[in-house]
Design a binder for this molecule. Structure first.
Ligand SMILES: Cc1cc2nc3c(=O)[nH]c(=O)nc-3n(C[C@H](O)[C@H](O)[C@H](O)COP(=O)(O)O)c2cc1C
Ligand code: SF4
Ligand code: SF4
Length: 313
């Protein structure tokens, strides 16, 4: 565990702090507000959702010593929806342009009190309407954000991409991070325009994939994934990286069942590549299998330990 944390360049204590675990404890003890206690230092809170580490990496890069990071699956588990700070940000991966279902659920209940709210959407190949969609969603709920942007990362969408090929592509991540850091420093107000002038191609894409714009990806894990017993070593990683707690080690092997965000934390983080997509699942998105069953991805700066700490139920 320590070895993994050293690889990420952080100590266990600072990792816990940066992931918000210390502050989560403080909230549990009844602290009503997370607003800045010093006059000149701005208190920033970043809420994130991650399956393969890209969004956690981005969230960490946007954090300074005055920032607290909170994992959305942990907040949902603990029923914590109220936050107050000088700046509140959210970092999440786009799924079919949309926020993960769990992020939507969180946002619909959350009260994010801050003079400056920002969102950074990680994506891997095409962001079509993702920023406008988030802007529209948050405006409709009466909680608009002041700054919404996106950042190109490795695309972890296994049905369409070979992870071994994806990691070779220069996605200009340091340059994008520098741009976002500078925008946040000056508290820029900006909604990144869509690549697409209207939502029609997006609606056609949703129909093709059999998805509903109101909920995004919400599938069933027992229909999507199969654990190959011959490869499974019973390490339990899948039981800890799933933000919905859909995996269980049983005397008959590993079982999965439950509503699924289709985030790929399970299939991507299994060290044995023992989890594969189900054939004939009935979901159009899985009709063509995957590009390379022997290639899996986790962001090079983020450990398996961090994904477990972020998503464990
Ligand atoms: C179900 C699913 C759907 C996705 N849809 C898109 C998409 O529409 N456009 C895109 O560019 N990337 C898409 N991606 C790629 C992710 O948004 C991207 O790799 C993200 O950075 C992963 O973040 P994470 O490592 O924090 O989980 C999708 C990934 C998944 C798992
Ligand atoms: S993570 Fe993979 S190897 Fe470990 S228990 Fe789950 S399926 Fe088996
Ligand atoms: S079952 Fe897998 S894809 Fe579904 S929510 Fe859990 S980790 Fe994500």
């Amino acid at each position: 565990m320590e070895k993994e944390q050293k690889k990420e360049g952080i100590t266990r204590r600072s990792a816990l702090k940066r992931m918000g675990l210390f502050m989560a404890g403080a909230v549990a003890l009844g602290m009503p507000s997370l607003a800045s206690c010093s006059e000149d230092k701005k208190k920033r809170i970043i809420l994130y959702f991650t399956a393969t580490g890209n969004s956690l990496y981005v969230a960490r890069q946007l954090a300074d010593e005055n920032t607290e990071l909170f994992s959305i699956p942990q907040l949902v588990k603990e029923g914590k929806y109220e936050f107050e700070a000088d700046e509140i940000g959210i970092v999440y991966p786009i799924y079919g342009q949309m926020p993960p279902n769990m992020v939507r659920g969180f946002l619909s209940k959350a009260r994010l009190e801050a003079p400056y709210r920002f969102a950074v959407l990680t994506y891997g190949n095409g962001k079509m309407v993702a920023t406008s969609l988030f802007d529209e969603l948050t405006r409709k709920s009466g909680k608009p954000f002041h700054y919404v942007t996106s950042i190109l990362m490795v695309d972890n969408f296994l049905p369409a991409f070979d992870m071994n090929e994806q990691i070779k592509i220069d996605k200009h991540i340091p340059e994008s991070l520098a741009r976002i850091q500078s925008d946040l420093k000056e508290r820029k107000h900006w909604i990144e325009p869509s690549e697409s002038p209207d939502f029609e191609p997006f609606r056609a894409f949703l129909a093709f994939r059999g998805l509903n714009m109101e909920e995004g990806y919400l599938l069933r894990s027992e229909k999507c994934f199969v654990v190959q017993e011959k490869s499974c070593i019973g390490c339990g990683a899948c039981t800890q990286v799933c933000p919905r707690g859909n995996y269980e080690l049983t005397s008959q092997g590993v079982k999965t069942e439950g509503d699924c965000d289709f985030c790929f934390a399970c299939i991507q983080n299994c060290p044995q590549k023992a989890i594969v997509f189900a054939k004939d699942s009935g979901y159009p998105v899985l009709a063509h299998g995957e590009r390379n069953p022997n290639a899996r991805f986790r962001n090079e700066h983020v450990s398996l330990w961090s994904i477990k700490e972020s998503n464990r139920q």
